[in-house]
Each structure stands twice: as structure tokens, then as C-alpha cells.
Write a new protein. Structure first.
Length: 480
């Protein structure tokens, strides 16, 4: 592909830093929005007087369009320019944020979140490609480091900002936080992120459509399970499987597939992608359930809840570079095993929480989870990107992003299913849970923790198996 950039812009060496600032600020606001709404879920549930199932859709609706369309927009960016897709995404994110803030009903809010997820998929479709284009090889590491840090900062600020804004201005205001950032990023992206490609559009739109519908049906199936309609859930589950198979078939037959799915035939590649998926399920299922525990059981304010939930992302900023350094020195398997082990310890400690637990206990237990994720995350990225050929780097990155995003999207569904099956209907509509409702809620929360422990334990065993398997594959050992 031939990239065309305005020569006057490209000749100025300072402009690449403006591009980096613009892209990182846009990505940071997306990262922030992945966690900012969790703190306000109890307030949204009370305001609209809705069930747990409906509340969960405020989060999952965002991820349906984000996960379902990010691969398609990445492919479109390869033909029409990632900068243009990025700018349009910022504009749509601005509009959708305003719509979310004025939502008169829960259905309107969910619809606005679907549009917001679509905008997020456009913004996240090509930032790494943009950065790699504008920065020379000897400066690329520093640029990627800044990018990674801004993502972590966004995740860390989300609960804090959400909690503070919720306490002082109400839940509607959490969506207005996006507006000033979008107004800064939009003109900068239009002026400076001018990468274009002079190639006719040749995209597998049918594959993109099937991927979106498959993602939506998978998540919808989980919501039906939560309602106890297992016959209907089975039917939609079968349809989801058919759609996934159809999507892969269309991709395989396409002259211009979005991703090389043949990479999943590699055991090591697939194992590390699945482990990444599980890691994000466990992280985000905690972000789903803990606000209910802190606000309805402990009686902690939304702002303090935000501070508690920022503990894990903050330590991730510190420990992720350390785990990357360790992986460079001794290989990736050991830090990943350490990461999953620490995560299991964190979930075991969380099982001890009750109505008399202190905020300090929760922060310590949750921080251990953050350290575990940090130890596993960078080595997993390294393995996935290093065991594929140069021609498959983009596909590997897209698959890793898909597995991670599906983990985030499905986490709240899993948490909602487990919780709804464990507690009486309507319990979470109470501002504060008292009496017999306390042990009922704690049982449901413990079931979520047990679910996380099982997933993490299976992945830990899988990583040990990968280590044994890799010993017999010297061609991969050096790359790990």
C-alpha cells in the first residue's frame, strides 16, 4: 500500500509528537469510558427503576458495536486512511456522548451507547498503524511506551472520574466528560493526522456484518440465560455458532479477508490469546460487581468506590514495564505463570470479604489482581506478536484485540448471570442492602469470585502445558 501525507505536515519533525498526543488523547478517552460507567450502574439502575439485566446492557451495548466493528474499520482504514477513520470516530463519539447524557429512557441510553461503541471501534481501529507510520524505527519504542501508558491512565482514571462526577453532578454528567477532550482531539486529528492511502476500497463487508451480528447474538444469548429462558437461549446459541462458522467461511473464501484466521491453528498462539481473554474477563467482572458491594453493602460513596477501583490500573502502570523487562531477560512463560498465580490469590482473598470488611482490605486484595494482570499482559503481547511472520503482524494484533475486547464485553454478562441466579429479583434496586439481603448478595458475589478462580486455574494449567509443549519446539523457544 502507498501512503500519502501532506508534505508540509510531514516535513516538520515536531508534528509527529502532535500526532502522538492527538492519538493518545483519543485512545485515553476510550479507555476511560471502558470503566467510567461501572461506578454509576447502581445509580442508573435506581433512576430508571430497571432490572439487573437491563442495567448490564448499558455496558454490553457499548461493547457489541465496538468489538463487532473494530476489525472491519481497521480493514477500511487500510484502504481509505486510518487518520480519516480516527477523525470521524472522534466526531461520532462526541455526538453519542451528548445523546447518552440526555437519555430520557433506558432504551435511548442503550441505543446511544451502541453508537458510542461504533465510534470507539473507529477510534481504536488504527492508532498503532498511525504511530508506526509517523515515527522512525529508533523512536518507535518510546512512542509505543507513551501510547501504552495513556491506555493504562485512562483505565485508572475511569473509576475515579466516574465516582467524583457521579457524586457531585449525577450519572448523566459522566458522559459529558468526553466532550472537552473530543473538542481538543477533533481539530488536531483533522489537521495533523493526514495519512491517506490511494487504493480503491476492497473490503469484506459481508464478513464484517456477520461478525457484528455474531457478537451481538452471543452477548444477547447470555442475557437470555440470565432471565432463565434456557430453551430460547439454546436456540440463539445455535444461531450464534452458525453465524461464527459462516463468518469464518466467508473470510476464508474472500479475496480480501480482514484477518488471517489460520493463525489460530498454532497452539501457542491460540493459548496465549485465550489466556488474554480470560484475564480481561476476570478484571472486568470485578469492575462489574464491586461497585454494588461497596455502595450497597459497605455504604461507600461513588467517589470512594472510584478510588478503590483505580487501584489495579495504577499498579499496572508501574508493573507492566517490569514484566516486559523480565520477559526480555528470561522468557515470557514465567511472568505469565506468576501473573495468573497472583490473580488466583487475589480472588481467594476477595472471597473473605463481608459486610464488616474495610476499604483497605478491598484495596489490597484488588491491587494484587492488578499486579497479576500487569505481570501477564506484556509477556502475552510479546508472545502473540513474536511468533508470527511479518506479513501476519496486523492479523495477530487484530485477533489479540478481538479476544481482549470479547473478554471485556462478556465479563459483565457473566457477572450479571451469576448474580441474578444467586440473589432475589429486585434486591439491587435498593439504595442500601440490609437484613437478609446481605448474605444473599455476598453469596452471589462469592459465586462470581469462584467463577474467576476456576477460569484462572484452567489458564494456569494451560500455560504450564504450553511450557512443556514449547520445550519440544526449538523454533518457537527462541521467540518466546
Amino acid at each position: 500500500m502507498l501512503f500519502i501525507v501532506d508534505n508540509n505536515i510531514n516535513d516538520n519533525p515536531n508534528n509527529k509528537w502532535i500526532v502522538l498526543f492527538t492519538v493518545c488523547l483519543g485512545v485515553m478517552i476510550i479507555s476511560l469510558n471502558m470503566s467510567i460507567t461501572n461506578v454509576s450502574l447502581p445509580a442508573i439502575s435506581e433512576y430508571f427503576t430497571i432490572s439487573l439485566n437491563q442495567t448490564e446492557w448499558v455496558i454490553t451495548s457499548y461493547f457489541i458495536t465496538y468489538v463487532g466493528l473494530v476489525t472491519l474499520f481497521a480493514d477500511i482504514g487500510n484502504f481509505k486512511g486510518h487518520g480519516r477513520i480516527f477523525s470521524i470516530g472522534i466526531l461520532l463519539f462526541l455526538i453519542s456522548s451528548i445523546l447518552c447524557s440526555i437519555s430520557p429512557s433506558i432504551d435511548f441510553l442503550i441505543g446511544s451507547r451502541l453508537l458510542q461503541g461504533l465510534a470507539a471501534s473507529m477510534i481504536l481501529a488504527g492508532p498503532l498503524v498511525i504511530i508506526e507510520y509517523y515515527f522512525p524505527t529508533n523512536m518507535l519504542g518510546r512512542a509505543m511506551g507513551v501510547y501504552g501508558m495513556m491506555v493504562a491512565i485512562g483505565l485508572g482514571l475511569g473509576p475515579v472520574v466516574g465516582g467524583l462526577v457521579q457524586d457531585f453532578f449525577g450519572w448523566r454528567a459522566i458522559f459529558l466528560v468526553n466532550i472537552p477532550v473530543c473538542l481538543i482531539v477533533l481539530p488536531l486529528s483533522i489537521k495533523y493526522v493526514q495519512m491517506k492511502i490511494n487504493k480503491p476500497l476492497h473490503v469484506n463487508f459481508l464478513g464484517g456484518f456477520l461478525e457484528l451480528i455474531a457478537v451481538a447474538l452471543i452477548i444477547y444469548t447470555l442475557s437470555i440465560v440470565e432471565l432463565g429462558d434456557y430453551i430460547k437461549a439454546s436456540l440463539y446459541g445455535i444461531i450464534s455458532i452458525i453465524l461464527v462458522i459462516s463468518f469464518l467461511y466467508v473470510e476464508k473464501r474472500s479475496d480480501s479477508p480482514m484477518v488471517n484466521w489460520g493463525l489460530l491453528k498454532n497452539f501457542t498462539f491460540t493459548s496465549f490469546n485465550v489466556s488474554f481473554h480470560v484475564l480481561y474477563i476476570c478484571e472486568y467482572v470485578l469492575l462489574y460487581v464491586l461497585p454494588f458491594y461497596t455502595e450497597k453493602i459497605l455504604g461507600i460513596s461513588s467517589s470512594m468506590t472510584g478510588i478503590v477501583l483505580s487501584a489495579a490500573p495504577i499498579v499496572m502502570i508501574v508493573f507492566t514495564p517490569i514484566s516486559g523487562y523480565i520477559a526480555d531477560k528470561i522468557g515470557s512463560i514465567l511472568p505469565v505463570v506468576i501473573g495468573f498465580s497472583l490473580s488466583i490469590i487475589s480472588f481467594l482473598l476477595l472471597l473473605t470479604l463481608n459486610e464488616h470488611s474495610t476499604m483497605l482490605e478491598l484495596v489490597v486484595y484488588y491491587t494484587i489482581m492488578g499486579i497479576g494482570i500487569a505481570f501477564a499482559q506484556a509477556p502475552i503481547n510479546k508472545v502473540v506478536m513474536s511468533i508470527v511472520s511479518i506479513n501476519n503482524k496486523t492479523s495477530a494484533s487484530s485477533i489479540l484485540t478481538l479476544f481482549r475486547s470479547m473478554g471485556i464485553a462478556m465479563a459483565s454478562s457473566y457477572g450479571s448471570i451469576i448474580l441474578s441466579l444467586s440473589i432475589p429479583e429486585g434486591l439491587l434496586t435498593n439504595t442500601i442492602i440490609r437484613g437478609s439481603g446481605i448474605p444473599e448478595f455476598l453469596t452471589g458475589m462469592d459465586n462470581i469470585f469462584i467463577f474467576g478462580i476456576i477460569l484462572l486455574a484452567v489458564m494456569l494449567l494451560l500455560m504450564i502445558r504450553v511450557k512443556i509443549k514449547v520445550k519440544d519446539r526449538k523454533s518457537i523457544i527462541g521467540k518466546l
